[in-house]
Ligand binder design. Sequence first.
Ligand code: HEM
Length: 134
Amino acid sequence: MNCCGVQTHDALPFPVNTSLWPWYGRSFDNPGATQTPRYKARPLNGIWASAPYLHNGSVPTLWDLLNPAKERRAVFYIGSHDFDPEKVGLVTNKVPGSFRFDAAPQGNWSNGHEFGTSLSPDEKTSLLEFLKTL
Ligand code: HEM
């Protein structure tokens, strides 16, 4: 469908400007990539210290990220400076001045990135310990 220069796409539940797609995914080592929209994820160095996660900060800890999207916390508070070494991220309790993050509105969604969610609890614990070393 095309309306006012903005097209819809089957894979996405909202209109996107497909005229930008030829630029997505291009890089010096892959200059011809034009097929599907994508971007390069950042390296995971220091990931233990950069909560909240994903591009919109919708996932408070690495432990949440290893849970299926449906089980990730829908509401949490950002503002504490206390580190949670088990879930690997910041403590998400409400503290004075903290910001209430609600993952329900479009743009705040925490869906996607289901990689690692089907690992066993022991494997997830090991993976979290590994991620702490990066
Ligand atoms: C168990 C394996 C994986 C782990 C532990 C992992 C870990 C992570 C973490 C911690 C982030 C958050 C980065 C940040 O917030 O700055 C991330 C983002 C991302 N990862 Fe992975 N990842 C895994 C597998 C994959 C795979 C297989 C792919 C691609 C096929 C992938 C693609 C991405 C992308 C595109 C993002 C950025 C998402 C966004 O910003 O919303 N990951 N990953």
